[in-house]
Design a protein around this ligand. Structure first.
Ligand code: ADE
Length: 225
C-alpha cells in the first residue's frame, strides 16, 4: 500500500515514521511519505492560504495550492486523480472514521491524505479534489496531522506482518469475530492482587467456557447482554 500525506508540517510525522509497526510495514514494501504542500505553491513567498470570502476569522487553504501540490506529485490532472486513488481530506465535519473505514482503507492500494490547517480547505478541495472527507471525531484539532496519524495507525496495523503477532488483530475490539463489539477484558498475573481476583473461568482451563465468557463480556460492553 502507498500512503501519501500532504501537509504543511511534514516534521510532525518524523516520530510516527520511527514507530515499530510503521517501520514493519515499510520494511514489507508499504510506503508512507509526506508531501510538503508549501513546496509547490504557485503563489509568492510560500503563501498557501487566504482570507475567507464573506469575511470572518481565520485563513483558508487555497484550492489552487492543493491542486498544484497534487499535480506536482502525481503528474496527472488532479481533478481526475480521485477516480483511481482514494484522496481523503481531513476535516472535523467529515464522515466519522471507524473500524469499518479502517478495514476498507487497508484494502486500498493507494491513499492520499490531505491535512487541513487553520479554518481548513477551500470547500472546492473537498468537493472536486477529494474522494472522501473524513473526521476522527466531533472535536476540532489544530490540523489534520494528528487525524492522519490516527488513521495511518489504524490502517497500517491491519496489514499482514505489521503487528508481529497476527492473532491479536483477529479477535479485537469491533472485529467480526466479536460481532462488532468492544473487546472483552484481559487479565494477567498476579491472579490475586490485594484481594482483587481474576475471574475463575479464566483460570479454569475450560476453553469453551472461556470463549463463552469473553463473548458475553464483549456483548455486555456493547450494551447488548
Ligand atoms: N482537523 C481538525 N479537526 C479534525 C478532526 N476532528 N478530524 C479530522 N480532521 C480534523
Amino acid at each position: 500500500m502507498n500512503i501519501d500525506v500532504f501537509t504543511l508540517f511534514p516534521r510532525w510525522f518524523d516520530w510516527f515514521l520511527e514507530q515499530r509497526h510503521v517501520r514493519n510495514a515499510l520494511e514489507r514494501g508499504h510506503e508512507l511519505e509526506t508531501v510538503d504542500i508549501r513546496a509547490t505553491t504557485p503563489l509568492t513567498a510560500g503563501q498557501v492560504d487566504d482570507t475567507p470570502y464573506g469575511g470572518g476569522a481565520g485563513m483558508v487553504i487555497r484550492v489552487d495550492v492543493v491542486e498544484s501540490a497534487l499535480r506536482a506529485r502525481y503528474g496527472a490532472d488532479p481533478l481526475e486523480l480521485r477516480r483511481h486513488r482514494r484522496v481523503i481530506a481531513l476535516a472535523p465535519g467529515g464522515r466519522q472514521f471507524d473500524e469499518t473505514l479502517a478495514s476498507e482503507l487497508a484494502n486500498e492500494k493507494e491513499i492520499t491524505l490531505l491535512c487541513g490547517r487553520y479554518e481548513g480547505f477551500d470547500e472546492r478541495v473537498n468537493e472536486y479534489l477529494a474522494s472522501d472527507v473524513v473526521s476522527i471525531g466531533p472535536y476540532v484539532l489544530t490540523g489534520g496531522e494528528l487525524p492522519a496519524m490516527v488513521m495511518c495507525d489504524a490502517v497500517l496495523r491491519k496489514l499482514p506482518g505489521a503487528l508481529g503477532h497476527e492473532d491479536s488483530a483477529l479477535e479485537e475490539s469491533f472485529s467480526a469475530a466479536l460481532e462488532g463489539a468492544p473487546e472483552y477484558p484481559h487479565y494477567t498475573r498476579p491472579a490475586d492482587w490485594h484481594g482483587y481476583l481474576v475471574p475463575d473461568v479464566l483460570t479454569s482451563g475450560d476453553h469453551g467456557k472461556v470463549r463463552e465468557w469473553r463473548l458475553e463480556q464483549s456483548r455486555r460492553r456493547m450494551g447488548q447482554a
